[in-house]
Design a binder for this molecule. Sequence first.
Ligand code: MG
Length: 171
Amino acid sequence: MLDKKVSKLLNEQINNEFYSAYLYLDFANYFEAKGLDGFANWYKIQAQEERDHAMLFYQFLQNNSEKVTLEAIGKPDKVFACDMDVLKAGLGHEQLVTSMINNIYAAAYEVKDFRTMQFLDWFIKEQGEEETNANDLITKMELFGSDPKGLYMLNQELAGRVYAAPSLVLD
Ligand code: MG
């Protein structure tokens, strides 16, 4: 049995990760409508990763005989003034998710729940990478986005992103 608070936070994280997937699909929607299919591809793959994250939390709870409760997923309702706003919202969202993961880790640490801490280690590292990726995208956009040829090349680069299953696998 997991600690009540830890279990509740892990449960909530399933929803948070699915919301992330939803949010990134919305970002992809925004770029699809603008004809920037590479950016749309990048966020669609990001959404796939978030679904994977949700399933890892789901599986971890089930593996520990914890009841999984699925709540309604929030509606992504942000309106963006420009492309850069989307990218910045992405970074802001990842920073928020990092704080959520840290919060669960802190709760597990408090009750010496080493199993959950070990599970979360992967997510701690993953969040570092997510923030780096979001930051890199903003930097590239700042450098090349204001020039049509630069934007075209960047869009082509992002079109090349392919889905890779997470390196963390739960039986
Ligand atoms: Mg995630």
